[in-house]
Design a protein around this ligand. Structure first.
Ligand SMILES: CC(C)(COP(=O)(O)OP(=O)(O)OC[C@H]1O[C@@H](n2cnc3c(N)ncnc32)[C@H](O)[C@@H]1OP(=O)(O)O)[C@@H](O)C(=O)NCCC(=O)NCCS
Length: 190
């Protein structure tokens, strides 16, 4: 059974875009807000940013299930995430502290535009620049793949999520509305 923590009527998203005219400009946009402890924090906490592999799925799912602001569905099963990672190599990342996965970002592209999913930072690790760093890594990887713009969806009620994307320079696409269609009989909710 497809599952989602939101009623269908709530699955209306704000859309935001992050443009990638060049890595330098993308970095400049992301750097618009005050700079973070960044690498110093990574060293102090032994935090590591690395590519998301299918072996991270169980820990990531645990993080996503415990987090507000995330819509989960059958698309997040082990098989489907493994397929997503295989189709989009080197674009998704985790932040780890020792063995612990403390943050994730899933990122892919369709050959034209990028799409970010499941940017989640553990509540104990928020407001330390980890979310920003994961986005920077994903955007840089997209730019390396010649993808010049990246979109993401945020639940309208997710005020903190929206504040984050605004805080790092995302463009809110107020002229766009999201429509979705099931492709068969499964009718997934997210
Ligand atoms: C959104 C989220 C990923 C942010 O991660 P984070 O590591 O705490 O974010 P950062 O520390 O990199 O924040 C970068 C900037 O974003 C803005 N920001 C981040 N969280 C914010 C909040 N709760 N309120 C207001 N602004 C915020 C700030 O401008 C911040 O810079 P500052 O700390 O120097 O002021 C995290 O809160 C989270 O996991 N939320 C739950 C899941 C979610 O909603 N994901 C997004 C769905 S698309």
């Amino acid at each position: 059974m497809p599952h989602c923590r939101r009623a269908t009527s709530d699955v209306v998203a704000c859309t935001a875009s992050l443009r990638l005219p060049s890595r330098a400009i993308a970095r400049k946009n992301l750097a618009a807000a005050p700079k973070h402890r960044g690498r110093c924090y990574q060293n102090a906490m032994r935090l590591e940013l690395r590519v998301f592999t299918k072996d991270d799925h169980a820990a990531a799912l645990q993080l996503w299930e415990a987090s507000e602001g995330v819509g989960l569905s059958d698309a997040d099963s082990f098989e489907n995430i493994a397929r997503f990672l295989e189709r989009n190599p080197g674009l998704s990342f985790v932040a780890t502290e020792g063995e612990l996965v403390v943050a994730t970002i899933l990122c892919g592209h369709d050959g034209r535009r990028g799409l970010i999913h499941h940017l989640v930072v553990s509540p104990t690790h928020r407001r330390k620049g980890i979310g920003r760093q994961l986005v920077e890594r994903a955007l840089a990887a997209l730019n390396d793949a010649q993808i010049q713009k990246c979109h993401l969806l945020v639940f309208r009620e997710n005020r903190e999520g929206i504040a984050f994307w605004q805080g790092i320079g995302g463009e809110e696409r107020v002229l766009l509305t999201l429509f979705s269609f099931p492709t068969g009989d499964a009718n997934p909710t997210c």
